[in-house]
Design a protein around this ligand. Structure first.
Ligand SMILES: CC(C)(COP(=O)(O)OP(=O)(O)OC[C@H]1O[C@@H](n2cnc3c(N)ncnc32)[C@H](O)[C@@H]1OP(=O)(O)O)[C@@H](O)C(=O)NCCC(=O)NCCS
Length: 332
């Protein structure tokens, strides 16, 4: 398999972290191939959840070895009782019974998430065969938001000719409030810093600096003000983040349009972190860019959690899964 320069760079950075990533979808051949690539390139150690016999015979058909890979069948795992107890302890106040905990711990996404909580893995990548809701719900319930009361959101890393862009939120928060949109923007800027990017954050709208009117525009304006206020606090002052809004996508990305519509902005025309006012806008935009613009799209990667969990699009290619595993290592 040949990798883009950017993906190769991510894999090389991830190698330095030496993390263990759990992949709960051992029945999916794309996931198994990605696991083989990641382990054989020594990017990370891998735990695959699934049927040990089936995975063994798939690997031997392909001539692959299990160096750096452990295969666990949750139903027969010696840790099942420990994870069931952990889940019960964490969720009993929410009404979870011991019987329900025993059933839920056998769900592979829960089992993988409990491995992280128990310290037996550093991160999880799932979603090649599960909806976003089924993949992320265990993480929201068990791993929890890193900042109390703040929403967990997600980003996609889009790569055009080795140039990276962060798009957020395209997968989790359906209709963010102004406060949530500000938080998403700040988390996305921090995510961009993980990849060595210098974040220039555009708060996107159908309006640039008041050119359009409406409730949605007002929300983006307020979100921009809230995020700018936060950037003045001690925590953010030391991070090199520039943010501006409200901006249309052309003003955010095109220097000529930016000169006409927002000439005084330090972000317009140069944005590399794009923040959407709704999940609808974000999800549709990234899929259009991927399908018509021909870029690589890695994600959705959750941001704002206590430990990293990443989702996959069900249409993910092996290369996409490899990229998301590498990104998940970098977050851990
Ligand atoms: C992410 C999502 C699944 C969560 O919804 P849900 O499962 O119904 O979640 P619930 O409201 O039952 O909450 C479950 C737990 O997660 C927490 N939670 C939910 N969303 C959260 C968020 N964004 N950040 C932090 N915690 C969150 C809740 O507080 C709750 O915690 P608790 O049980 O400990 O009190 C939901 O927001 C969603 O469906 N988003 C859109 C997903 C999608 O279709 N994306 C497009 C395809 S990529």
């Amino acid at each position: 398999m040949s990798y883009s320069k950017y993906l190769l760079g991510l894999m090389n950075q991830a190698k330095l972290k030496n993390k263990t990533i759990v992949l709960p979808e051992g029945e999916d051949e794309r996931v198994l191939e990605a696991a083989h690539i990641i382990a054989s390139e020594k990017v990370a150690k891998i735990v695959i959840l699934g049927d040990v016999d089936k995975i063994n015979s798939f690997f031997s058909e392909k001539g692959w070895n299990f160096d750096g890979i452990q295969v666990i069948k949750p139903e027969t795992s010696p840790n099942l009782a420990k994870y069931t107890q952990l889940l019960f302890d964490l969720r009993k106040d929410k009404g979870l019974t011991e019987e329900d905990a025993a059933k839920l711990a056998l769900n592979y996404n829960y089992f993988g998430t409990l491995m992280i909580k128990a310290g037996d893995a550093d991160g999880m990548v799932s979603g090649a065969d599960h909806s976003t809701a089924d993949t992320v719900r265990p993480a929201l319930q068990i791993i929890k938001s890193a900042k109390k009361g703040k929403s967990v959101s997600s980003f996609f890393l889009l790569v055009f000719d080795d140039k990276p862009y962060i798009l957020s939120d395209c997968a989790i928060v359906i209709n963010p409030t102004d406060r949530e949109m500000a938080d998403i923007a700040l988390d996305a800027a921090e995510s961009a810093l993980h990849f060595g990017m210098k974040p220039k954050v555009a708060m996107l709208s159908y309006s640039t600096y008041g050119s359009g009117k409406g409730e949605q525009v007002d929300k983006v304006k307020r979100a921009t003000e809230l995020a700018k206020e936060d950037l003045l606090t001690d925590y953010y002052k030391k991070l090199d983040i520039e943010l501006d809004g409200e901006l249309q996508a052309d003003a955010a990305l095109d220097a000529v349009v930016a000169m006409k519509k927002a000439s005084q902005s330090h972000v317009a025309g140069k944005a590399n972190v794009l923040i959407f006012p709704s999940l609808e806008a974000g999800n549709i935009s990234y899929k259009l860019l991927q399908r018509l613009g021909g870029c690589a799209a890695f994600g959705p990667v959750l941001q704002g959690l206590n430990a990293p969990v990443s989702d996959l699009s069900r249409g993910a290619l092996v290369e996409d899964i490899v990229g998301v595993i590498a990104i998940t290592c970098l977050q851990a």
